[in-house]
Design a protein. Structure first.
Length: 626
């Protein structure tokens, strides 16, 4: 809604009432500039000095001051001047203390948010980046870890050479692109279909128009060069060393793949019937068709020296045997069980965890919800998976109940939108209170308490009870999707330390006091993403190799083409097409379609090759990651 203010203008004896828009023509001219500036901030490269970022914040805030109050008008320019000397390593601890004192005055005495919010952020940065400030003042330089990195590579947990495989796809070499991905990640298909693509967050193309569809380009590569048809890179000579991997999910299989390429013999112990972990038992087939997952797994198992024992759970006694017989052990058991809620009626028939439901369909056993009303509790990607699965299983009605707002949901926006398109009702700001049970012990309804949004806690606005009556949502099936837990007991009994339900290890993933035992992935960090588990498996393989006394290098068998000149014309982003919602909600076939050759060429052409034209060249070649 636009707000207008009135003004009285006198011309001789005539009085005229004018309506004046708050934004003048000059303000209108600023709009496009501000959008460009906003994109620039969103594309702040990883590895940038945080002090220089704070300087930019204070300087831009000083330019915004209206000049009415002294702390903001005079204080912000002075703070910016002091911060500039600190950023340039021309300051002392005394001036740093003086800057803190000045910022406290600005925060406490400024009239509006331009002053006090800027000062509050600066003070927060002083504490958050204390090591960096200390380095600038005491050592006269940025800390060693401060250096700009190629954004897509740096933000990928597996540090995949993204510009390299995009360039290979542009040259028509999809098989080469697959092996360029495999250099750091043996699950190209999985990450082409279900990765949350953190690599796109700071894509420098955003400065011009929009981030490159990196996942879409990878999907084109694996659609045109299936991973089980592309030969894997050459192996090193056998070392005679034996490594055990506990868990056949993305982290465990990644460790097995790289360790086998290094020349070690690997045995994978998987408790379930098939390999894949939560990729098979936590992601529905319409998002990740099982035959596509099997392509990645067959590609991994094509490496000699990997042995698999499925249906082989590991308890304390078995863990002791394994640790004694093998030279090293990597524990990557994931987060296998769903969390519950302390609600009256939670034990009723028809109530189950979302993880349990998705695990059952992982082996092709689909529930029949025909004619039933299904309620899913939660707001993450698992909740969306369950809701969309229930639609495909014939449910009459499917509702997602979440105690926060839609914008606070942790699920990807694309998943939320897809669920809504398929007929899932999103019931926001409703907190579960109890489950109504009928006389036969079956759930009949979910009772909820309406919420209102309140103060921010932990980075998100917290909900509180609203002064409105409770709601009753009729349901024959209730699925609880509020997180996952880790079964740590057998490993704790073996001697592995645990804290807050997670297995503990050092930065190198080694378990203190248990030589040769490593741990990583969800069981170490808590439930996360596939690509983070893959990154952990890669690090584990490298560190186990070092532990065994080796420093193997791997030849990916492919190199990136020479960079072409940038195409800097603003161009729309190509998105992956999907089957219409009215069709796809009737089956478990893959939702996404293939992008065309013309589309992928255009999308590849948008890549700015930051590895060549940006900091990759400045640093003297490609940045190497552990």
């Amino acid at each position: 809604m636009r707000v207008w203010r009135d003004a009285i203008v006198r011309t001789g004896g005539t009085v005229t009432l004018l309506s004046i828009a708050p934004n003048s023509r000059e303000d209108g001219k600023m709009e496009s500039f501000l959008k460009d500036f906003e994109r620039r901030v969103e594309t702040t490269p990883p590895g940038m000095c945080p002090i220089h970022m704070q300087l930019a914040l204070v300087e831009s805030s000083a330019a915004q001051t209206c000049g009415k109050c002294v702390p903001c008008r005079d204080g912000l320019p002075k703070l910016a001047s002091m911060l500039e000397r600190i950023a340039d390593c021309r300051s002392s601890q005394d001036e740093l203390d003086e800057a803190r004192a000045l910022a406290e005055v600005i925060r406490d005495m400024s009239d509006c948010a331009i002053g006090w919010h800027t000062a509050a952020l600066f003070l927060e940065g002083l504490d958050r980046f204390a090591d960096e400030y200390r380095s600038h003042v005491e050592k006269g330089s940025c800390a060693p870890q401060i250096e700009q990195k190629v954004p897509c590579e740096a933000l990928c947990p597996a540090h995949v050479d993204v510009p390299g495989y995009i360039a290979l796809v542009a040259e028509g070499d999809c098989a080469g692109a697959v092996n360029m991905v495999r250099k750091d990640n043996p699950f190209p298909t999985a990450c082409a279909l279900v990765c949350e693509h953190p690599c796109e967050i700071r894509c420098r193309r955003r400065i011009i128009d929009a981030p490159i569809n990196i996942r879409g380009i990878k999907k084109y590569a694996v659609d045109n060069a299936r991973c089980d048809t592309v030969p894997t890179p050459p192996q090193n000579v056998p070392t005679g060393r034996r490594i055990a991997v506990i868990g056949g999910g993305p982290g465990g299989m990644t460790c097995a793949y790289f360790a086998a390429l290094m020349g070690h013999e690997v045995t994978v112990f998987e408790a379930r019937k098939q390999l894949g972990g939560m990729m098979r038992y936590g992601i529905p087939a319409y998002r990740f068709p099982r035959e596509r997952l099997d392509e990645d797994i067959r590609g991994i198992l094509a490496v000699k020296g990997i042995h698999v024992e499925c249906g082989h759970p590991v308890d304390e006694a078995e863990m002791r045997r394994i640790a004694k017989e093998f030279d090293a052990v990597y524990v990557a058991i994931g987060a296998q069980v769903g969390k519950s809620l302390a609600l009256p009626g939670i034990e009723a028939e028809g109530v189950s965890s979302a993880v349990s439901m998705l695990e059952v369909i992982g082996d092709g056993d689909y529930p029949d919800y025909t004619g039933k009303r299904v309620v899913v509790i939660g707001g993450g990607n698992v909740a969306m998976d369950c809701a969309r699965t229930a639609v495909r299983c014939g449910a009459d009605e499917v509702s997602v109940v979440y105690r926060r707002r839609r914008e606070d949901m942790t699920a990807l926006e694309a998943e939320i939108e897809a669920a809504a398109c398929e007929g899932v009702e999103l019931m926001m700001l409703e907190a579960p209170v109890s489950i109504e049970v009928d006389e036969r012990g079956r759930c009949a309804a979910l009772v909820t308490q309406p919420q209102m949004i309140s103060h921010v806690r932990g980075g998100r606005p917290a909900p509180v009870n609203a002064s409105r009556p409770q709601n009753r949502i009729a349901a024959e099936v209730i699925l609880v999707a509020v997180g996952q837990d880790i079964v740590t007991a057998p490993f704790e009994d073996f001697g592995m330390p645990a804290q807050r339900g997670r297995l503990v290890a050092g930065d190198d993933l080694a378990v203190e006091g248990l030589p040769g035992v490593f741990v990583g992935g969800d069981c170490h960090t808590g439930p996360a993403t596939i690509i983070k588990a893959i990154g952990a498996g890669k690090v584990a393989a490298r560190n186990i190799d070092h532990y065994l006394g080796y420093t193997h290098t791997l030849d990916p068998g492919v190199t990136a083409p020479e960079a072409r000149p940038n195409d800097r014309r603003a161009t729309g982003r190509v998105n992956i097409p999907e089957r219409p919602a009215r069709e796809r909600k009737r089956d478990f076939d893959g939702v996404e379609l293939e992008i065309s050759h013309e589309e992928v060429l255009q999308e590849c052409g948008r890549c700015l090759r930051c590895d060549h034209f940006g900091c990759g060249t400045q640093k003297g070649g490609r940045i190497q990651y552990v």
